[in-house]
Design a binder for this molecule. Structure first.
Ligand SMILES: C=CC1=C(C)c2cc3[nH]c(cc4nc(cc5[nH]c(cc1n2)c(C)c5CCC(=O)O)C(CCC(=O)O)=C4C)c(C)c3C=C
Ligand SMILES: [Fe+2]
Ligand SMILES: [Fe+2]
Length: 308
């Protein structure tokens, strides 16, 4: 019997306008995987305080990138291209904090007669705050409707790492003159201390990429890992990107955003505008930011490879 198979891309979502930024922040800080307060009621109160405090200042960042996050149109393009180029599967996307939400997409998948599903969270490294949160969200609404296979992480995938190395090398002529910084989205230290494997996988990922560059005889002045996007007063993973940049006065820097698959406000605003400004003030000579893999042909091939 012919099976109706789907690939479901799971991602975070992002604001299309200020109301959606409020929705994003509200849903995010009510997520027990993000704000690990056990009582839903207390979490709701704390979330509402954080959102009130953060909304206006965070919106100013989105105003600088055209009043909306690029994560939605870019993920839609990725879905379209998967549907054009990957035979035997219908591809869907589900976002965690802004539409399209799991409930609606799962209803559509049932109407479409889907019976087998590959869940592919668009996070190369596993974190409880991202991967686990999205998987739980899907499972909450699917109610045993599908046969499910889960891709928990894919940072070791050879084809994926070729996409990353190619993007980095396409951005520099003489790599010996550049300090390469892999910038990872940060996490509160206590989440890692409680067993989240994200930091460990991130370090492993960088070792794999270093080795791949060495095999190609391409040697950067230095290769580094730093964490961006700290939120709130808790201790987060270190070193911060800002502290890392302080090492490179009068030198060239190239950044690769290693936590993301599609560009979003953390790449287009934080890396390309905010940290660029910081880098200029620190006296960094040249500051480059690589693009995420997005809907490149090479990444479509990677998806085929990951699901096989
Ligand atoms: C406690 C707070 C947060 C944790 C933990 C966290 C983990 C985490 N996030 C991403 C990827 C993205 N985060 C994005 C935005 C964003 N993240 C937080 C907070 C935490 N993230 C906030 C408050 C925001 C909103 C922007 C802001 O107010 O600063 C985005 C961008 C979405 C978009 O609009 O384009 C992404 C993508 C990862 C990978 C991660 C853990 C590994
Ligand atoms: Fe985040
Ligand atoms: Fe941020």
């Amino acid at each position: 019997m012919q099976k109706n198979k789907a690939i479901v891309l799971l991602n975070m979502g992002g604001a299309r306008n200020k109301n959606e930024l409020k929705m994003f922040l509200t849903n995010m800080f009510n997520d027990e995987n993000i704000l690990t307060i056990k009582s839903a009621l207390i979490r709701k109160v704390v979330a509402s305080m954080i959102v009130s405090k953060r909304l206006d200042s965070a919106w100013k960042n989105y105003e600088k990138i055209g009043d909306s996050s690029p994560i939605n149109p870019l993920t839609e393009q990725l879905v379209k291209k998967c549907n054009e180029k990957i035979e035997g599967f219908k591809t869907y996307q589900i976002m965690r904090y802004t539409p399209p939400f799991a409930k609606t997409v799962i209803e559509q998948m049932k109407k479409d007669g889907i019976d087998e599903v590959i869940l592919l969270p668009l996070y190369p490294q596993y974190s409880t705050t991202t991967t686990k949160s999205s998987l739980e969200d899907f499972l909450k609404y699917e109610k045993n409707s599908f046969k499910i296979r889960v891709i928990y992480d894919f940072y070791k995938n050879e084809s994926f790492n070729t996409c990353i190395v190619d993007e980095i090398l396409n951005n520099v002529i003489n790599e010996k003159e550049y300090n390469l910084i892999f910038s990872a989205h940060g996490l509160p230290q206590k989440i890692v201390d409680n067993g989240d494997p994200y930091q460990k996988q991130m370090i492993e990922h960088i070792e794999i990429l270093k080795q791949k560059l060495e095999e190609k005889d391409r040697f950067f002045k230095s290769i580094n890992l730093a964490y961006q996007s700290k939120v709130g007063p808790l201790k987060w993973l270190e070193p911060s990107l800002e502290d890392m940049l302080k090492n490179f006065k009068d030198e060239n820097v190239i950044i690769y955003p290693l936590s993301f698959i599609v560009d979003n406000s953390e790449t287009d605003f934080e890396l390309d505008i905010e940290y660029r400004h910081i880098a200029t003030n620190l006296g960094i000579k040249e500051y480059k930011v690589c693009k995420c893999v997005n809907d490149s042909d090479e990444f479509i091939e990677t998806i085929k490879n990951i699901i096989n």
